[in-house]
Write a protein that binds this ligand. Sequence first.
Ligand code: NAG
Ligand code: NAG
Ligand code: NAG
Ligand code: NAG
Length: 489
Amino acid sequence: MRGNRVEILSKMFVLVTMMMATMVKPISLNYSDALTKSILFFEGQRSGPLPPSQRMKWRKDSGLSDGYDIDMDMIGGYYDAGDNVKFHFPMAFTTTILAWSVIEFGDLMGPDLQHAIEAIRWGTDYFLKATKISNIVVAQVGDPISDHNCWERPEDMDTSRQIYFVSRDRPGSEVSAEIAAALASSSIALNKINYLYSRVLLDRAKMVFDFANNYRGSYNDSIGDGACPFYCDIDGYMDELVWAAAWLYKASNDQSYWNFVKSNMQFIRTIDDFGWDSKDAGINVLVSQWVMKDPSNQNPFIPNAENFICNLLPNSPNKTVTYSKGGLLFIPGPSNMQHVASYSFLLIVYASYMEANHKILNCGNVVVKAYDLVNLTKTQVDYVLGNNPLGMSYMVGYGKKYPQKIHHRGSINPSIDVYPKHIGCRDGDKYFQSQAPNINVLTGAIVGGPADDDSFQDSRLNVSQSEPTTYINAPFVGVLAYFKELNST
Ligand SMILES: *[C@@H]1O[C@H](CO)[C@@H](O)[C@H](O)[C@H]1NC(C)=O
Ligand SMILES: *[C@@H]1O[C@H](CO)[C@@H](O)[C@H](O)[C@H]1NC(C)=O
Ligand SMILES: *[C@@H]1O[C@H](CO)[C@@H](O)[C@H](O)[C@H]1NC(C)=O
Ligand SMILES: *[C@@H]1O[C@H](CO)[C@@H](O)[C@H](O)[C@H]1NC(C)=O
């Protein structure tokens, strides 16, 4: 499999070199540097006491009494984006994808593997706290309305740190099942490094899955305006239950989880979506790994995964998505880069499975090889890193030209080092409104990205364009590890 991958990449390298000779010279990209930075970003999103190994130095301890008002230790975890709320639904998805990135491409990460593992553990240590009491799952920490009304550094937070939890009477199957998926996938990613910890994660994943499955309901209803309209589960919770079961099967080999997956596929509504809300395309790609060799179990996973791919490929007769003139994939809705990231990740994972099985697929009369998936992904990654009409990198701190005014509370306000005094609820407004670049560089943060005409405002007001999120970065960690090999071939 490694051999194949190297071969594809060297073919591509020759091609890129030829293209560079004949076309306007694209910016030369350093995927290795981008990978390092994509993982570093997670240190900027940390909540809780920061360890001595913390490299993003302008961030300090925060959220040190989260949970204390209800006698729970809910210290730690990640702020999901530019605010200071700990939304466990997208945080769990982020952790699942970091784990999947390490499972598939950890062997390509070199010295960054250690940091990727730390990033996973920052999530799983916290989820062990959130699921410590049986039949209770803490679903969120921090009242989003109170948080969003202030423009404060996480280190200064004095907004409501309300704890939202789900229980047997007020269930939340999507948030609980996604946490189970995060724990199960992480148990695989960490298995070789820390076997005992990995066992703890797997046991907890099973327990949390049972809770999610036995007491069904949406956290939309149970925690109400904590969830909606912020991370409202529009897609329903069946996809998270099936996704979690697929990860549990991969982690434990327990047939009952596989039976659960097969008998509940009928409830999966779409094939073409993948992100913090919908796990649909991810389920099919994940399961493809073990059914590709087994003709009796391919339905509906392989046809669904192939449909997903055929809907994306630019030269496929089945293409349903759009690309900008500059070549970036666009899916309607806010923060387009989240789709670019998660779809790129699935493309590169599926390409790896195709390579391993010497498989091709057909989109109508077009024959598609693993190489075509890799090529499409590369056009997306290269766009993100600067090969686009604006010559703009959408990763902060990478390349010569990158977003300066990202929508992020920690990055905009001065750091504690520079300004040790408390910055109150609205005292950060003057930094938000200033025309000056953000004071702290949130290295590695990938923002929501340009408009579909390839323009970019670099404005804190345009949240959809200028806000980074953990679930944009997480899939890129895996994708960048894959392309890192391009630099070394
Ligand atoms: C969650 O809430 C949204 C908006 O109220 C709704 O459209 C969706 O169906 C809800 N999801 C579930 C699983 O109830
Ligand atoms: C793609 O479209 C063709 C018709 O153009 C159809 O026959 C085929 O089933 C589709 N294939 C996939 C994988 O969607
Ligand atoms: C790679 O993808 C780009 C964008 O879709 C396309 O223009 C180009 O022809 C592809 N190259 C190859 C060799 O398939
Ligand atoms: C923000 O950017 C999006 C496209 O990325 C655009 O549609 C929208 O109009 C912009 N919003 C503002 C307030 O300028």
